[in-house]
Design a protein around this ligand. Sequence first.
Ligand SMILES: Nc1ncnc2c1ncn2[C@@H]1O[C@H](COP(=O)(O)OP(=O)(O)OP(=O)(O)O)[C@@H](O)[C@H]1O
Ligand SMILES: [Mg+2]
Length: 423
Amino acid sequence: MSQPLLIGLDLGSSHIRLAIGQVTPTSERSGSGVLSIVGAIESASQGISRGSIAAVEDTVAAISAALEQGERQIGAPIDEAIVGMNGTHIGVIEAKGVVGVSRPDGDVRRDDVERVLESAKGAANPANVEIIHVLPHGFTVDGQTGIRDPLGMHGIRIEATAHLITGLAGNVRNLTKCVLRTGIDVTELVFGPLAAANTVTTARERDLGVCVVGIGAGTTSMCVFEEGELLHAKVFPIGADYITSDIAIGLRTSLEAAESIKLAYGHTNPDEYGKREEIDIGEYGADGSELASLRFVAEIIRARTEEIFEKIEAELRQIDRSGLLPAGVVLTGGGAKLKGLVDVAKATLRLPASIGAATHLPTSIPEQAYDPAFSTAVGLVQWGFEEMRKESAPGYAPALKKGGAIAGKVTGTIKNIFRSFMP
Ligand SMILES: Nc1ncnc2c1ncn2[C@@H]1O[C@H](COP(=O)(O)OP(=O)(O)OP(=O)(O)O)[C@@H](O)[C@H]1O
Ligand SMILES: [Mg+2]
């Protein structure tokens, strides 16, 4: 296939999702092409727990199965993917860097920007941690603060503040190893919830202040933006599967029966059901026939969903944004499809709330990929596309890539290390 493909690989605790993007070159010289999403694959996951690799062989098998489906769908081999990283080990560190401008005439050049970000990176680099992204959120040149892009400015001393998104080195290696073992390369490692958050919000929402909450099977993530930049991110080890377990315990039935009941009748508001509205759990795969009150099921769901949002609220309080984000909260991930969830978010967080999916993309996209559960996979493709666009733009500075050139270097290193393990 002559047109470049961008593959987003989202390794979830319950599903592996693949979004396939195709870039059609445009005729103008400066154009870097038009992105369309041409494929979306969802297959069962194995070996991944709370967003992290728990069993290598199982994960490799599950990724391989998803890739095979993807290759069948597009009729071409897949040889690399933009891989989403998730897990409670991921953290955000605020870092500062300072360097002197290297040219005697004081013109800030690309390598100055790279050096100052490299110096910020050095400011916070514990041994067992990998830096996944360096997200600069402001430069200062000779005391002038609030500079977004210092390239071409005049000065002697350049400072940068940046958010470093870090992951535990062991987790980063395990993830990379699993992907490489399937025989494909890692184009780039990206913090999955951040890619999803960019895709389900508009630039204006991120300017005003918004919190994106990604609810998966085993994790709940939050990414807070303000003035267009990421302000805070966190991954909690609780997901929508907890709701299923709660229902299973409450009704004394199997997880499978509880999941089916959740999908068919789950609601966060007990008042949606009358006191006598009951179902026979035997019809949902439980042993024997027994009646269960739907109001009771909703009460269980309500309690757990409130607990999830209380954790988000506590985190927002810590960063002084409780009730203060004008663009509110956007819920995404498979768990966001639970009926009535938006109301719990509004009540607990005292913010406007809505469901977010990849609906803002200026591109054609298969119906299935509009599902909130696909926002990470599609977000990864969009991330890859933006990197491509920046690389082809005139005056491109690798250090100003969204994730920073450093992120690419880290991945590159991992690639080389793990090549040696491959059969
Ligand atoms: N219509 C629905 N109503 C309620 N819950 C739903 C619905 N559809 C999916 N879910 C729940 O969403 C969860 C799966 O979400 P998703 O597929 O985004 O998780 P994942 O990406 O595999 O996990 P993670 O990101 O935590 O590693 C499951 O708990 C599932 O029960
Ligand atoms: Mg997920």
